[in-house]
Design a protein around this ligand. Structure first.
Ligand code: BTX
Length: 326
């Protein structure tokens, strides 16, 4: 209800009376007053004027649970949200929630991560207030070897969301970097808990540089943000809400089909590697191949000089000439 009140306040530029709010939501004016008080405690500047009612003064770029829920139009993804001012890693939070039995679709978001994780033990730099650092809990009935396909689904949902909200030329660097202008704007870290033949849960962790204007030296040549590329800031809460809806749509199709055939073409339309040379590292040997596309399992199809094709699994590929540093 708090999120609904916030939504109404945001949509209405004028004052809304306590009476109207109480009628709208079927609760007492005191209950409305309590929700308004809670929103104020979350940092919203809400003016209350006798005989006129309430008005939202400033609309800062917040990602609190109420802010996201008031925009979320998905069915079950992100319908429950845990918000943190600061935490070590949202993937870690979701892992604990998963072990506690929390439901499919739970989302954890934070303003800042002190121990943001990338793949293979790398660090994900997650400064305060300007990015989206979030993780989603999924409990699919899939075989463990299907889990990596969820990352591909998330990458397409992310690319689609970004394209829709920013109109930037968004690309995917196989398997799951989101790239704008040859620089990394977002990364995905998928983790899971499983045994040989069943998945207990999957954690999809997503980091997006949204309104970040400066990066530390170690990544300043490879990283960019939506704001840098677009020249203006965008609403992080709106981005998260749109992503939830996009992801839900693609993910449900994936569960129905069990493979990525329905999304292959769309993934390839974003794929920056397509038709280009990639460096493949197999058994410590490096080879140059041309990337052709992906198969229905999300593996990269590459071709040698004689036109012989083979597939490449995650992590064996680096991309020549895509990032300046490669
Ligand atoms: P990755 O291993 O593909 O990328 C990590 C590499 O990317 C780093 O080694 C560094 O070179 C570069 N990098 C680090 N921080 C940034 C940044 N902010 N922008 C651009 N490049 C950067 C990608 O791993 C997976 C990242 C997932 C992050 C999310 S955030 C929410 C969730 N919680 C968590 O701990 N991780 C995930």
């Amino acid at each position: 209800m708090k999120a609904e009140i916030l939504k109404l306040l945001r949509e209405c530029e004028d004052y809304i009376s306590g009476e109207r709010l109480s009628k709208e939501f079927g609760v007492s004016r005191t209950a409305i007053w309590k929700y308004i008080h809670q929103l104020k405690e979350e940092g919203y500047q809400i003016e209350s004027v006798t005989r006129k009612g309430y008005r939202l003064i400033e609309n800062a770029d917040r990602i609190t649970a109420s802010e996201i829920l008031s925009r979320n139009h998905a069915g079950w993804v992100g319908k429950e949200i845990e918000y943190y001012e600061v935490t070590d890693s949202t993937n870690q939070r979701i892992r604990e929630f998963a072990e506690d039995g929390r439901a499919n679709g739970l989302l954890a978001v934070t303003e800042e991560q002190t121990g943001g994780k990338g793949r293979r033990g790398r660090t994900w730099i997650s400064p305060k207030g300007s990015g989206i650092w979030m993780s989603l809990l999924l409990r699919p009935e899939l075989e463990p070897d299907q889990a990596s396909m969820v990352t591909v689904v998330a990458a397409v949902a992310l690319a689609k969301t970004m394209t829709k909200l920013t109109e930037l030329d968004v690309k995917i660097k196989w398997p799951n970097d989101i790239v704008v202008n040859k620089k990394k704007v977002s990364g995905i870290l998928t983790e899971m808990s499983a045994d040989m033949d069943q998945i207990y849960y999957i954690i999809v962790g997503i980091g997006i540089n949204v309104n970040t204007m400066q990066f530390p030296d170690e990544i300043k040549n490879i990283a960019t943000s939506i704001a840098i590329e677009k020249g203006e800031c965008i609403s992080r809460a709106e981005f998260i809400a749109e992503f939830c809806a996009q992801f839900e749509r693609y993910y449900e199709q994936f569960l129905e089909k069990g493979n990525l055939s329905f999304i292959q073409g769309e993934y390839e339309s974003y794929l920056i590697n397509i038709g280009r040379e990639v460096k493949i590292i197999k058994n410590r040997k490096e080879m140059i191949r041309k990337a052709i596309g992906i198969n229905e399992l999300g593996e990269l199809i590459v071709e040698d000089e004689d036109g012989k094709q083979e597939v490449v699994f995650s992590g064996e590929v680096s991309v020549r000439g895509i990032y300046d540093y490669v």
